[in-house]
Ligand binder design. Structure first.
Ligand code: SAH
Length: 222
C-alpha cells in the first residue's frame, strides 16, 4: 500500500490511536489527547516504518535510536501537567515527534540532542511543519541548557543511571521533571517536583528507553 500521501488515512489511524491506545488506557488530559490527535507522527518516522506510525510500539529512527511508543509519550506529557505559558526543556530530540507535541502544548520549547544528524533532521522537519516556538540544540543534554533556564518542566527521553544534577538545578520553583531512571534492562519513570527548593520524587511506571549517553565528564551518568 502506498502511504506516501494519504493524509486522511493517517488522520483516521491517528484518531484510532488516541482512542484505543490512550483514552482506553486512562489518559485524560484533553490538551495532550488533542495534541496527539493533531501531530502527524508518520512525518517523524522513516519512510519504511511510516505505515506503522500509529501502531502501539516504538519505531526505529536510525543511529540506534527510537521514537517512543505513543502511550508512554502521552503518559509523560500528562504527568507534567503542562500549562500554555510554560517553558520546557526536552532532552533527546530524536525524531522531533515529542518536540512537536510540546510545541503544541506550551509557549517555548528548548530541545537538546547529542547526535548532530538527528538534531538537524528534526530541526528541518519542525520548521517544515510550521513550529516556530522551538529551538533544537546539539549538545549533551545531561548538562541541560543553562542559557534558557529556569524551566517549568523538563522531559527526558533516554534513561540515566541517576537523575542528572544539572537538570534539577535548571527547574523553577514548582517545576516538574519526568525521566526514566535505571539500567538498560530495568527502568522506572520518576516524576520530580521542586517544592520549597527541594525535589520531591514520585516513582511511576516501569519503562524501557535507550540510554542517556553523557559526553561530558562532569555530571557523567554512565
Ligand atoms: N523523544 C524522541 C525519542 C528519541 S530516543 C522522539 O520522539 O523521537 C532518545 C534520544 O536521546 C536519541 O535521539 C539520543 O541520541 C538522545 N540522547 C541520548 N543521550 C543524550 C544526551 N546526553 N544528550 C542529548 N541527547 C541524548
Amino acid at each position: 500500500m502506498d502511504f506516501s500521501d494519504n493524509s486522511s488515512l493517517f488522520a483516521s489511524l491517528r484518531a484510532h490511536m488516541v482512542d484505543a491506545q490512550l483514552r482506553a488506557r486512562g489518559v485524560k488530559d484533553e490538551r495532550v489527547l488533542d495534541a496527539m490527535a493533531r501531530v502527524p507522527r508518520h512525518e517523524f518516522a522513516p519512510e519504511r516504518y511510516r505505515h506503522q506510525a500509529y501502531d502501539d510500539h516504538p519505531l526505529p529512527i536510525g543511529e540506534g535510536q527510537t521514537i517512543s511508543q505513543p502511550y508512554i509519550v502521552a503518559l509523560m506529557l500528562e504527568a507534567l501537567a503542562l500549562s500554555p505559558a510554560d517553558r520546557v526543556l526536552e532532552v533527546g530530540t530524536g525524531s522531533g515527534y515529542l518536540t512537536a507535541l510540546l510545541a503544541e502544548l506550551v509557549a517555548r520549547v528548548f530541545s537538546v540532542e547529542r547526535h548532530a544528524a538527528l538534531a538537524g533532521a528534526a530541526r528541518d522537519l519542525l520548521v517544515r511543519l510550521g513550529y516556530t516556538n522551538v529551538k533544537v540544540i546539539v549538545g549533551d543534554g545531561t548538562q541541560g541548557f543553562a542559557e534558557a533556564a529556569p524551566y517549568d518542566a523538563i522531559i527526558v527521553s533516554a534513561a540515566a543511571a541517576e537523575v542528572p544534577v544539572a537538570l534539577l538545578a535548571q527547574l523553577a520553583e514548582g517545576g516538574r521533571m519526568i525521566l526514566p531512571v535505571g539500567t538498560a534492562d530495568s527502568q522506572q519513570l520518576q516524576l520530580i517536583r521542586i517544592e520549597g527548593g527541594q525535589p520531591r520524587i514520585a516513582l511511576r511506571e516501569l519503562c524501557r528507553f535507550v540510554p542517556l549517553v553523557s559526553d561530558t565528564h562532569q555530571g557523567r551518568v554512565q
